[in-house]
Design a protein around this ligand. Structure first.
Ligand code: FAD
Length: 254
């Protein structure tokens, strides 16, 4: 047996899971199919509860991962969740972190990866898990050209999880009905907080990314209320200059 637990996926969830297992004295190894971290971020906003969980991990020189990230990010007193118009007011929460933290997901991932490196937890980059089998007592994975066994397997392998499929766990999500855009770009002027704009044409949000960058994201009203087929077609088109193929969604606030 190569470890007590094998974690498939070295995203933030896989790395944090490995960190927590290791801190609890469990032997763990991680397999991540990408050789290197990219600098594109999905998430850029850490919520207070995530920071609370990150207090559980400390580097050798006594720094909590939450504090390392807080030092690298920008605090915002409130934020919208999923572009809903009502704001989450963090200042009213009973937490040591009464704020949202703007910090790109790649930084969170890097801090977690560095923590695991320091602790000697094996993270195998550039190794994809392609097959999974189990008996009563153990689970075996094909990792690149080799086979690895463990008592438990954690699937942290993202939205199209091989582990979830192999375990026969359904994914009863709903079909996509809209197409959004997101762009992380350099900015001539910094922005000091999160700004959202709603109009008949759709919505746009602007967020600070740090290091003179901003994130611009949103959706055109005509890109909402689509069928899954329309979503797939729209995703293959350029963002601008496609004509007006969609229709306005009645739920989009003006
Ligand atoms: C545009 C956008 C904005 C978002 N903003 C926020 C935000 O502001 N705040 C927030 O909290 N969340 C946000 N999210 C959600 C957040 O990004 C996800 O919840 C998070 O990435 C999930 O992390 P994960 O580790 O589970 O999966 P992932 O980040 O998808 O990582 C999975 C990893 O598994 C690896 N992998 C997959 N299959 C295999 C395999 N077979 N073998 C080995 N490795 C494999 C992949 O290469 C990948 O590195 C956002 C998402 C998007 C798309």
């Amino acid at each position: 047996m190569t470890a007590d637990v094998i974690v498939v996926g070295g995203g933030p969830v896989g790395l944090l899971t490995a960190g927590l297992l290791d801190a609890a004295g469990t032997g763990v190894e991680v397999f991540e199919r990408n050789r290197e971290f990219d600098r594109y971020s999905k998430g850029i906003h850490l919520h207070p509860r995530s920071l609370e969980v990150l207090t559980l991990l400390e580097t050798g020189d006594g720094r909590r991962l939450s504090d390392i990230l807080v030092a690298q990010g920008m605090r915002v007193p409130s934020a919208h969740f999923a572009a809903l118009e009502a704001k989450l007011a963090y200042g009213e929460l009973d937490t040591p972190f009464p704020f949202g933290l703007m910090v790109p997901q790649w930084k969170t991932r890097e801090v977690l990866a560095e923590y695991l490196r320091e602790r000697g937890v094996p993270v195998h980059y550039g190794v994809e898990i392609t097959e999974i089998g189990q008996t009563e007592d153990e689970v075996t994975v094909r990792a690149g050209a080799g086979l690895h066994t463990a008592r438990y397997l954690v699937g942290a392998d993202g939205a199209r999880s091989l582990v979830r499929t192999a375990a026969g766990i359904p994914f009863p999500g709903s079909d996509p009905t809209m197409v959004s855009f997101v762009a992380d770009v350099p900015a001539a002027e910094p922005v000091d907080g999160l700004r959202y704009f709603w109009s008949d044409a759709g919505y746009t949000g602007v967020m600070p990314l740090g290091e003179n960058g901003i994130r611009v994201f949103g959706a055109e009203a005509s890109d909402t209320g689509l069928t899954p087929g329309e979503v797939r077609r729209r995703q293959r088109q350029p963002l601008c200059g496609r004509g007006s193929a969609g229709r306005a969604h009645p739920d989009l606030r003006t």
